[in-house]
Every structure is written in structure tokens, then in C-alpha cells.
Design a binder for this molecule. Structure first.
Ligand code: SF4
Ligand code: SF4
Length: 175
């Protein structure tokens, strides 16, 4: 699924329709905190963490199923996420995105939040945006907050921290 950005400048109605599209064929970046939370629910990082080098940086990415490139935590029968309460931060941000630079989309404008200058977008291809019977309204402020949190946590995610986390989890498992 390709993200089709549209400027997100005011609250939009939203309801996830569980169409599966965003849980398939995407790189879902993980922060160390995400890995720790998911592992805390009894999932072995070996079963859900893979690695990718992007722009010279090591990224931790959610594993996908071979047969449809769907996320390993996606339940194909219900269309729902099997780890919804501890799903990665980036999954909580989607179908929105936060950028430090404009993407060149018509109508975009900077969003000032807590002294930061951001550009916010939503994915036009997500059918849950502007859904007929929305469950909630999503505001630019809440997405900006999550976006900044994600950026901060991703910055602190590295191989050293991952090795420490694995050691800690293995230590917990031995107790
Ligand atoms: S693409 Fe939108 S509606 Fe479909 S599963 Fe993802 S968030 Fe929900
Ligand atoms: S963790 Fe859940 S919400 Fe995120 S991609 Fe996987 S199934 Fe979808």
C-alpha cells in the first residue's frame, strides 16, 4: 500500500474499517520501547524483529509473512491486530504522518507544535478517513505529539540497546 499524502491541518473523522491494507507490504519501524512492550506480552523478538539498513542507518522492522507480506501480528481471519494494545507507535500514528519537511503536496502548510515546525499529512488511500460513521475525531495536536515521541524513541534505538534488551529479556526468562 502506498501512502498518498494529503495535508492534515484540522481534525478529521476516523474509523478503522480493518481493510488490512496498512498491515501489509509496509516497512513498520520498531523502537526499542515497541520491542520491549511486545516481548513483554510473551512474543519472542526472534519471531517479529528483522533488520534493514536505510540511508546508512540500521532500522528494526516488523517481520512479515512470506505468503502475502502481511505483518506477522495481523490476523487474516478477523482483519485485526493481534497485539493491538501494545502495537508499535508507528501503527498508532498511521494513517497519519509527521514530517520535518514539506512533501510538496498542494495545500500543505506548517503546523507549529510545542516550538517545533512540522508538516502533517493523512493517507488518502485509507478508507477509514472521513468514514461515514466515524468512531472518533483525530486532531493534528495528538498526531504531532505521537510523531515527536516516535522520532525521539527511534533516535535512541540502536544495536547496543537491542543487545541489552535481549540480554535483559533472557535474564528475566531464566528467573
Ligand atoms: S488502511 Fe485504514 S481502514 Fe484500513 S486497516 Fe489501515 S487504518 Fe484501518
Ligand atoms: S502490529 Fe498490528 S497494526 Fe501494526 S502492522 Fe502489525 S497487525 Fe498492523
Amino acid at each position: 500500500m502506498r501512502f498518498k499524502p494529503r495535508p492534515f491541518t484540522k481534525p478529521v473523522p476516523f474509523k478503522c474499517l480493518y481493510c488490512l491494507d496498512c498491515c501489509r507490504g509496509r516497512h513498520v519501524y520498531l523502537t526499542l520501547k515497541d520491542i520491549e512492550k511486545i516481548a513483554g506480552e510473551g512474543h519472542d523478538p526472534q519471531d517479529f524483529v528483522t533488520f534493514s539498513i536505510e540511508g546508512g542507518k540500521l532500522r528494526f522492522v516488523l517481520s512479515v509473512r512470506e505468503w502475502d507480506l502481511g505483518c506477522v501480528f495481523h490476523d487474516p481471519e478477523t482483519g485485526k491486530c493481534r497485539i493491538h494494545p501494545v502495537r508499535p507507535l508507528i501503527c498508532r500514528i498511521y494513517p497519519f504522518m509527521v514530517s520535518r519537511k514539506p512533501l510538496g503536496v498542494e495545500g500543505e502548510k506548517p503546523f507549529e507544535y510545542k516550538g517545533e515546525k512540522l508538516w502533517l499529512y493523512y493517507d488518502e488511500s485509507c478508507p477509514g478517513i472521513n468514514a461515514e460513521e466515524p468512531e472518533t475525531m483525530i486532531s493534528p495536536e495528538e498526531i504531532a505529539e505521537l510523531g515527536i515521541e516516535f522520532e525521539r524513541k527511534l533516535e535512541r534505538t540502536d544495536m547496543g540497546g537491542f543487545a541489552e534488551l535481549i540480554e535483559r529479556l533472557e535474564g528475566d526468562g531464566d528467573e
